[in-house]
Design a protein around this ligand. Structure first.
Ligand code: GZL
Length: 332
């Protein structure tokens, strides 16, 4: 008798190993033989914990909407916590998800460092982590995948655009994002990498506006008090700070986009409106609409299917020339 028949025979008389009890159905209750094969989870079977960092910008608002709307459309049970831009709140959120035994955790780490301990706790609890939007400086086995942009390349793109806009000569002030965050670190580095070969492209000052419009305006106003009209260009790590800088430049009595050229990052709706008004000279896209890709990755992870360690966002750059035509097509 062939070995497989013996196994099947033994399985039947010993009450069938690894049986799947098929829930009562109108007709009959059946016992299925799955011989250890796991039933594949569907979106509606998943419980996902998402530790969002805050609500500091247009970009973040669009990112949150994308996560929540996608979960709703797919029928995923989403546990969503907003850390209000405090790392300790994000850490607490991850610990709550561990206690709740969610299937998987998504997190946009507000800064790169300080995650080893709580990520180890998730690992010990057997709950995988997907990094969304921002990276964390942890060993690669602490997370299953990073879904987000190449911030270094965003910085390089901004520098190439600025150099062309200024014909290779500018006094630049820089509005930096949240100190210690991956986008701020890399947009800072990528921008400088390109400027190395342009000695007359000078960064005369650099300060954090924490990715918010209010702080961007405050920092730009201080730059104008210190340097006045010697400033010829602004590099803003996001559109919200650029819009704040525009207000400060106008209140100082200069024309943003003309007297002082401005290049920013995100390509949010406000940037298109500013470009149409002639007050912003370019914006480098950073895509916040990560919901569909995130839940697709999450389902693959819970079904133990292979996924890439990094899923880069697809992004473009935008200029005033066609801002009016593109704005109606924008989703954030
Ligand atoms: C980038 C994202 C940044 C945006 C800002 O992926 O983390 O945070 O550029 C947002 O607008 O606040």
């Amino acid at each position: 008798m062939k070995i497989s028949r013996i196994f099947l025979f033994l399985a039947i008389i010993t009450g069938c190993l690894g049986c799947t009890q098929i829930p009562d159905s109108p007709s009959t209750q059946q016992i299925g033989f799955n011989f250890g094969a796991k039933t594949e989870k569907k979106y509606e079977d998943m419980i996902v914990g998402y530790a969002q960092l805050g609500a500091e910008s247009e970009w973040r608002a669009a990112n949150t909407i994308s996560i929540k709307e996608t979960a709703d459309n797919l029928g995923v049970e989403l546990r969503f916590l907003d850390a209000q831009q405090k790392q300790e709140n994000q850490i607490e959120a991850v610990r709550k998800f561990i206690i709740q035994k969610v299937d998987i955790i998504g997190i946009s780490p507000i800064v790169e460092t300080g995650w080893e301990e709580v990520f180890q706790e998730a690992k010990d609890a057997g709950i995988p982590i997907i990094l969304v939007d921002r990276r964390a400086a942890v060993p690669e086995d602490f997370y299953v995948s990073y879904l987000g942009s190449d911030f270094l390349e965003e910085g390089r793109k901004a520098a190439r655009i600025m150099t062309e806009l200024m014909d290779g000569k500018a006094n630049i002030v820089e509005l930096v994002g949240t100190i210690g965050s991956a986008p701020a670190n890399d947009r800072y580095a990528g921008f400088r990498e390109i400027l190395e070969t342009y000695p007359e492209m000078q960064i005369i000052d650099s300060q954090s506006g924490d990715f918010t419009r209010a702080r961007g305006k405050e920092v730009m106003a201080a730059f104008l008090q210190k340097y006045g009209g010697t400033i010829t260009a602004v590099y803003a790590h996001n559109d919200d700070m650029a819009l704040g800088a525009i207000q400060a430049i106008e209140e100082y009595g200069l024309k943003p986009g003309k007297d002082i050229k401005i290049v920013s990052v995100d390509a949010a709706r406000g940037a298109f409106e500013a470009m149409i008004d002639g007050k912003l000279n370019a914006t480098v896209e950073c895509n916040p609409l990560l919901g569909p890709q995130f839940f697709d990755l999450a389902l693959k992870v819970v079904n133990e299917q292979p996924i890439p360690k990094w899923v880069p966002s697809i992004e473009d750059v935008f200029f005033p020339e066609n801002a009016s035509e593109i704005l109606p097509t924008r989703k954030y």
